[in-house]
Design a protein around this ligand. Structure first.
Ligand code: DGL
Length: 267
């Protein structure tokens, strides 16, 4: 029997506590049409943003073990909370490439004319050493104003995404940053991208909203190329969406965000 193992043939694993990483998966799909994508939502254990380091580390290890059992060739940690808390531990434990996300403070600082940049993120992300180090490294003379948004993830997981449904809550988090003079607002949690149009509308036309899903997809491409893991052919890649939460609801979420053709599975 010939076992023709192709290291570049596995899917790209993408995980988050829930649907926050879907916009990143979408950008990966656009940039790398031949690649298979295996998306995991750790719905049963969401949110991560108010949990301990150990909890987030345990969940990230458990999800990575699952992704490895599905033969992924690289893992995208499509979650700021998990990246800031434990990407170093993931890289130390597993041999495969891990691509993390981080708030786009650097482009925001470059854009700001008022000298004040606002960051929306989970409570957990904002108290990590890696967030503090990033802000210190790239902020220069620009003032960084942080805002933890504890209720936004539940709002987004509930698919209450239009202006009418979400503007009240968004206003609570965005208004104080505007009052402090922020002219640039960083989405420091991948979930918040789903509310970017509402955040933009609440902030008004003079305020730039910065998110990083395109940069993350380009980094995935760069890493796969660098490691010789990229599929260079004209096949059409497929997506799989997995969750440990109620499957019918996950299907509703994924159909809403990806299209009716997407299929979901339970792990
Ligand atoms: N989407 C995640 C992040 O980027 C996690 C949000 C949560 O589960 O609290 O931080």
């Amino acid at each position: 029997m010939i076992f023709d193992y192709m290291i570049d043939a596995g899917p790209i694993g993408v995980f988050d506590s829930g649907i926050g990483g879907v916009p990143i998966a979408r950008k990966i799909r656009e940039l790398l049409p031949a690649e298979d994508i295996l998306y995991v939502a750790d719905t049963d254990y969401a949110p991560y943003g108010d949990k301990s380091d150990q909890y987030i580390l345990d969940r990230s290890f458990a999800i990575t073990d699952f992704l490895i059992s599905r033969n992924v060739k690289a893992v995208v940690v499509a979650c700021n909370t998990a990246t800031t808390t434990c990407i170093t531990s993931l890289r130390a434990r597993y041999a495969m490439p891990f691509i993390g996300v981080e708030p786009g403070i650097k482009p925001a600082v470059l854009n700001s004319r008022s000298g004040v940049v606002g960051i929306l993120a989970t409570q957990k992300t904002l108290v990590t050493d890696s967030f503090a180090a990033l802000a210190h490294r790239v902020s220069g003379n620009v003032k960084i104003e942080i805002m933890a948004c504890p209720d936004l993830v539940a709002q987004i997981e509930g698919l209450k995404l239009n202006f009418h449904e979400a503007s009240g809550l968004v206003e609570q988090y965005v208004r104080p940053l505007l009052v402090k003079g922020a002219d640039t607002i960083v989405l420091g949690c991948t979930h918040y991208v789903h509310l970017a149009p509402v955040i933009e509308a609440v902030a008004g036309p003079g305020v730039l909203i910065v998110s990083t899903e395109t940069a993350v997809a380009k980094e995935v491409q760069r890493r796969l190329e660098g490691e010789g893991l990229m599929l260079n052919n004209s096949r059409v890649g497929r997506e799989e969406f997995w969750s440990n939460g109620p499957l019918e609801y996950f299907q509703k979420q994924i159909h809403h965000l990806w299209g009716e053709q997407a299929t979901v599975q339970q792990f």
